[in-house]
Design a binder for this molecule. Structure first.
Ligand code: ZN
Length: 276
């Protein structure tokens, strides 16, 4: 048994080394192969489960799962398994870790006025998975050998440190502006293809910008630190929508969204977010 594990581990090392030799340009090319990215996701998800408090109401969880899967199914990376979790925190945010694990904060569900707004942010986060952004950024920032060591369980301290960072900041890493706008572009296309009004992403950016500084500003901090310049991004989203062929019947809202939101609002308030 342990010999088998040892053999599997050396295969991972060979595979990581091969991808390192195969791609010399860090930052432009994703150095982490898909199996490695999925293994990173499993490792982070395991740690996050210990740190985060999840909402388990089956109506809420089932709704987010159905909405998320409807977007993931039409995404440009529909071959991997997507998993959605609802986090019991007021922070208005959602985030993805490598390999298709997506975390939706209750604060985001409460801040969204329509299903299209919530779907816009979900589509954007799926866009980060499609672009393999977190794996690309982590490779660039930490180096391939550090990631390999973490995957092999040689550096549990680093895994724990990165998990703490995710919990505190709502992001595994800071994405570049190019990655943020790429995720917006993927998101708009996903909504359009899933039959949901992509204007939801633009109205959500605009609304959050208006809310900034006013009441609830504290719970928006994470969103703005991880998603800068919402005004310009709303503009870019609207330009992309204008270039899409007209499509009738795009859904703005649903009874299922209103029911899920009502159930979230009726739950006891969550404990304060870390550092607040
Ligand atoms: Zn983003």
């Amino acid at each position: 048994m342990s010999a088998l594990i040892a053999r599997c581990r050396s295969l991972v090392i060979v595979s990581v080394a091969t991808s390192l030799m195969g791609c010399a340009t860090v930052g432009q090319i994703n150095l982490v192969s898909e199996p490695e990215e999925l293994a990173m996701g499993d490792a982070f998800a395991g740690e996050l489960e210990k740190e985060l408090r999840f909402i388990t109401d089956p109506t809420v969880v089932g709704y987010i799962e159905a909405l998320g899967q409807s977007l993931a199914r039409v995404s440009q990376r529909s071959n991997i398994t997507y998993r959605f979790h609802v986090v019991d925190t007021d922070e208005v945010n959602a985030f993805a870790v490598p390999g298709g694990y997506l975390y939706v904060n209750r604060g985001l569900i409460e801040a969204a006025d329509t299903e299209a707004e919530l779907a816009g942010v979900l589509g954007h986060e799926i866009g980060h998975v499609v672009g393999k952004h977190s794996a690309r950024q982590m490779t660039q920032q930490l180096g391939i050998s550090a990631i390999a060591g973490m995957l092999l369980g040689q550096d549990p301290g680093m895994l724990a440190q990165l998990t703490t960072q995710i919990v505190a900041t709502g992001a595994i890493t800071s994405y570049s502006r190019d990655m943020e706008s790429e995720a917006d572009t993927y998101g708009v296309q996903e909504l359009y293809d899933a039959g949901i009004d992509p204007n939801g992403l633009a109205t959500f950016f605009r609304k959050l910008e208006d809310m900034r500084g006013g009441q609830g500003g504290g719970t928006l901090e994470q969103f703005f630190s991880t998603h800068p310049d919402p005004g310009a991004r709303a503009e870019a989203v609207l330009n992309q929508i204008a270039s899409l062929p007209p499509k009738s019947g795009l859904r703005k809202d649903s009874a299922a969204f209103r029911e899920a939101k009502a159930r979230v609002l009726a739950l006891p308030r969550p404990p304060s977010a870390p550092g607040q």
